[in-house]
Design a protein around this ligand. Structure first.
Ligand code: SAM
Length: 305
């Protein structure tokens, strides 16, 4: 599936570079002031993954995250966006609201909360808890520097679905003009407007399956998640950054759409994993394209001194 996504872009336009930087994104982002179109990322969750990378206590999360506010804000262009995929946490049986508190704190510093997207996991982890059901979704907060960030909704249109064909075959008299709903709710519809339409805009609920296999990192998100936001919120040839890059999923999505990409990760092992995955993806694309293009991606690791 990932190969299919990767070859959507015509070859001649797919020449994009991805740089993997081993370092702290607060420092490394200084080199990109005012250049970035989109930051799309999944920061470490509070106290999660204690064994794998530095953990932050939920009570300290806002303070910790705010140390990234200036580096992120300064790196973005005026039309740029920040997408944070994050989930809150249950502490002693109750949902801790560090995520909401972080978004509120960012708003006081000048970020506009444009929308809250929901990533609906079509294959959630099963489980049983005394007071809760299995967790089937995560937030993706869309924040920006201006109220009118770059936004290309046409890029995420989806096929209208086969139900329309059968419904439109049976257009009655009432379908040819706008009809108000029978219960006087104020909603109305004009079915004839759907004739010849092939696509519709999606909602802000994104249904994607969890990544089943651990790809050398404990918290990988599906390629399709950053892919959706990169299409929606960054121009062609734009610059996409993931400042908590992990195993480089955002890089794979960016390159497949022909965007320039910078991945910053403070764990050397995960940087290596990101490079491995990006090379693997490049090789898969070359096979798919019958070796027409010898080097589709350029992946470099900038070593920390
Ligand atoms: C939730 S994971 C990201 C996983 C990624 N979305 C993927 O699909 O592989 C968060 C990552 O942020 C990294 N990290 C934490 N603090 C960082 C910092 N200050 N600078 C750069 N990376 C950092 C962690 O090492 C971890 O790999």
């Amino acid at each position: 599936m990932k190969t299919q996504a990767a070859i959507k872009q015509p070859l001649s336009q797919a020449r994009a570079a991805c740089t993997v930087i081993h370092g702290d994104s607060r420092k490394e982002l200084e080199a990109f002031t005012g250049e970035v179109d989109l930051i799309v990322t999944s920061p470490p969750y509070a106290d999660a993954r204690r064994k794998h990378y530095d953990s932050v206590h939920p009570d300290k999360y806002v303070e910790w995250f705010m140390s990234f506010h200036e580096p992120f804000f300064n790196a973005l262009k005026p039309t740029g966006s920040l997408v944070l995929n994050i989930k809150d946490k249950v502490v002693q049986g109750v949902r801790h609201r560090f995520v909401w508190e972080t978004i509120n704190a960012l708003s006081t510093k000048g970020w506009y909360a444009i929308d809250d997207y929901i990533w609906h996991k079509t294959n959630p982890m099963p489980g049983r808890w005394p007071t809760r059901l299995s967790d089937g979704w995560e937030y993706c907060f869309h924040l920006s520097k201006s109220k009118r960030p770059f936004f290309n909704s046409n890029a995420v249109r989806k096929p209208i679905g086969s139900w329309v064909e059968s419904r439109l075959k049976k257009l009655g008299e009432n379908d040819l003009t706008r009809q108000n709903s029978a219960n006087n709710s104020g909603f109305g519809r004009d079915i004839s407007k759907w004739v010849d339409k092939k696509t519709v805009l999606p909602t802000n609920v994104i249904s994607k399956a969890l990544v089943g296999k651990n790809k050398g990192h404990p918290a990988v998100f599906p390629v399709d998640l950053p892919l959706f936001f990169i299409k929606l919120l960054s121009p062609e040839n734009g610059l996409v950054v993931d400042p908590f890059a992990g195993s480089g999923t955002t890089g794979i999505a960016s390159l497949s759409l022909g965007r320039q990409c910078v991945l910053i990760e403070n764990n050397a092992q995960y940087c290596q994993e990101a490079i491995r995955r990006l090379r693997e993806e490049a090789a898969a694309q070359r096979d798919e394209l019958n070796q027409l293009q010898p080097t589709l991606f350029f992946v470099e690791a900038k070593k920390k001194n």
